[in-house]
Design a protein around this ligand. Structure first.
Ligand SMILES: NC(=O)C1=CN([C@@H]2O[C@H](COP(=O)(O)OP(=O)(O)OC[C@H]3O[C@@H](n4cnc5c(N)ncnc54)[C@H](OP(=O)(O)O)[C@@H]3O)[C@@H](O)[C@H]2O)C=CC1
Ligand SMILES: CC(=O)N[C@@H](CCC(=O)OP(=O)(O)O)C(=O)O
Length: 339
């Protein structure tokens, strides 16, 4: 069994990871950690999330930062479901241990250090770790993930967007003169568990935010190798993301070529569903799938693709476990879909 711990286990993505790992036949979930000053230290995770009663009965332990090095030697796998800065600060000690690290934060997703200053509000101090980190877009980087020691699990919006765009890019069907335009709506759990005014019940009303400045724009562009316009919106629902993406296809592209690109990319992938109609948030919320559907207007050359995921699952915890399945040589979908 793969000995496993989660740091940041009391948060939304940490709790989903705990649930998934607890039902995995090959992973043994041993310990759950929160920050040293956490108000939840000493509580059972199931006290915070009643639906986990009987499924995860572990207690949330306060993390002594000076014990990080030994901590990473006690496990085969450590999942970080922590804020970006905490992941950044702890990574040198954690990666010195024997555990493979799966980081759900954005701290190691980008190679360009300048992006961190501009979009994350801190200067990146760990160039060598950045260079070594593998971007954990699990449906695309199986080979690199299978040998990595530090895996930077993508953000939720980038997962929805890149799953839709990469097959087109791979098949050479994107018109490089026109930037893809991504409009995406996320449920409020995307903002994490901690209460803020913007995410409080009476304040949330469908609205764009982070316009022309969200940190997922450089993440999507870096992985796609092309600039994009990305506009996120906050919706008044709990979980899920729907990204509706408009692209100009290369001259002469027809529907058959687009269908073939998606079939080639995902025809045998149990975690990406090529739908026959436009995807809905309700059809992916609580699941580990990404649902895709598209339509091409051959006259104008514009293609619209819709991509739906659960932000906490395919957009975070389930993708992290998909990476872990690849890293430890299990089927990528193990414990993620019913077989
Ligand atoms: N929510 C989402 O849809 C997605 C989130 N992510 C990323 O995953 C990570 C976790 O997100 P999410 O679960 O939503 O966040 P939450 O705010 O729900 O949880 C954060 C967790 O980290 C702990 N924590 C907070 N501050 C610190 C700190 N300074 N040091 C150590 N631990 C700390 C919290 O517990 P405590 O404060 O009690 O210690 C809690 O367990 C973030 O980096 C986020 O950007 C990625 C994709 C999607
Ligand atoms: C609705 C909402 O607030 N969503 C978050 C994205 C969550 C995510 O993917 O997180 P990281 O890239 O930060 O890990 C946001 O826009 O900041």
């Amino acid at each position: 069994m793969i000995k496993t711990a989660i740091i940041g286990a009391s948060g939304y993505t940490g709790a989903e990871l705990a649930r998934l790992l607890a039902q995995h036949p090959q992973f043994s979930l041993c310990d759950l950690f929160v920050s040293a000053q956490s108000q939840d230290a000493g509580k059972k995770l199931s006290e915070l999330y009643g639906r986990l009663q009987g499924e995860v009965e572990l207690v949330l332990q306060p993390l002594a930062e000076d014990a990080l090095g030994t901590l990473a030697d006690n496990y085969d796998a450590v999942f970080l479901a922590t804020p970006h800065q905490a992941s950044h600060d702890w990574m040198p000690q954690l990666t010195a241990g024997r555990a493979v690290i799966f980081d759900l934060s954005g701290a190691f997703r980008l190679k360009d250090k300048q992006v961190f200053e501009q979009y994350y509000g801190f200067g990146h101090q760990h160039s060598a770790l950045l260079d070594n980190a593998v971007y954990g877009l699990a449906d695309w980087h199986q080979q690199a993930i299978s040998t990595a020691s530090l895996i930077a699990v993508p953000g939720c919006y980038p997962t929805a967007s890149l799953t839709a765009l990469k097959p087109l890019q791979q098949a050479g069907l994107l018109d490089s003169q026109h930037w893809p335009v991504i409009n995406a709506v996320s449920g409020v759990s995307g903002a994490g568990r901690k209460a803020t005014l913007n995410s409080s019940f009476c304040e949330v009303s469908l609205q764009p935010y982070g316009v022309l400045g969200h940190r997922h724009q450089p993440e999507i562009s870096a992985e796609l190798g092309a600039p994009v316009i990305f506009t996120p919106h906050l919706g008044n629902f709990k979980r899920g993301i729907l990204a509706t993406i408009t692209v100009k296809v290369a001259p002469g592209t027809d529907t058959e070529q687009v269908d073939k690109a998606y079939q080639q990319a995902y025809g045998n992938n149990p975690l990406v569903r090529l739908r026959q109609s436009w995807p809905k948030i309700d059809e992916v919320a609580g699941s580990c799938y990404c649902d895709l559907f598209w339509k091409l207007d051959p006259d104008s050359g514009y293609l619209v693709v819709a991509s739906a995921i659960d932000n906490l699952l395919k957009g975070a915890a389930a993708q992290a476990l998909q990476c872990a399945n690849l890293r430890f040589n299990f089927q990528p979908q193990t414990a993620l879909v019913q077989e």
